[in-house]
Ligand binder design. Structure first.
Ligand code: IMP
Length: 217
């Protein structure tokens, strides 16, 4: 079974390679980001579409969907992070959050895996750091997998990672997106090296969980 990371962003494949012992290649494919109010639904739909599109035997796909969740704003922009980045802009989102005193936030990433086969009924991976706060989302993750098996469509397995932090004035030149306004442990993600960010990031944490599970698949 070969594994393809579905993204137009080569940098994400480099991140994934660190967790997967070189066992993954890019599938440069722009899947449809359906409109939904949770990352799980978007990622799962993307994985099904990409699996059909890749069209190679013995090939699995991995899709990710991520966003910034500002706690005092009920998780906004969350699944709408790309749209809000393009329209309002990162600096403006940061300014609004700081002015409202709503600086507690987290990044969250959902990885969706599809290889055309179903999965044994093992406990779903749960992001323990966010247990309680994100429980509803984790329960939804389970529901996506189970529902689709029942419907007879392509089964998808989901892995969630998150990183807590707070919204600050922009600092640093690295990374991308909301990194300059998101501080974790005294540094914005844009001030970290790629390796430092990868070690603590929402995507890194989801990839670590996926890599553990995939090693036995
Ligand atoms: P995507 O899921 O990678 O397309 O990201 C969705 C949105 O969240 C985009 O606006 C990204 O800029 C933002 N985003 C996702 N991951 C990160 C990150 O690691 N740092 C900063 N912004 C991110």
């Amino acid at each position: 079974m070969s594994l393809r990371y579905v993204t137009t962003n080569e940098g994400k494949v480099d991140e994934a390679l660190e967790y997967l012992d070189g066992d993954v290649r890019q599938f440069d494919y722009d899947y449809t980001e359906i409109q939904a109010d949770d990352l799980e639904t978007v990622a799962a739909a993307g994985a099904r579409e990409a699996f059909r599109a890749v069209g190679e035997p013995d090939t699995a796909v991995l899709v990710d969907d991520a966003g910034l969740f500002i706690e005092g704003f009920d998780g906004f922009p969350g699944p709408y992070s790309s749209y809000v980045e393009e329209t309002l802009g990162v600096d403006q989102v940061g300014r609004l959050a700081r002015e409202a005193g709503a600086t507690r936030a987290y990044f969250r990433c959902v990885l969706a895996y599809c290889d055309g086969e179903s999965f044994a009924a093992t406990p779903e991976p749960v992001d323990r750091e966010r247990r309680g706060q994100d429980l509803a989302a984790d329960e939804r993750a389970v529901a996506v997998t189970d529902d689709t098996v029942a419907e007879g469509t392509l089964p998808v397995k989901l892995f969630v990672g998150s990183v807590p932090g707070r919204i600050v004035e922009p600092r640093g030149d690295g990374g991308f997106g909301y990194d300059p306004v998101f501080e974790h442990d005294g540094q914005t993600l844009a001030e970290m090296s790629a390796a430092e960010k990868n070690a603590i990031s929402h995507r890194g944490r989801a990839l670590a969980k996926f890599a553990d599970w995939y090693a036995d698949r």
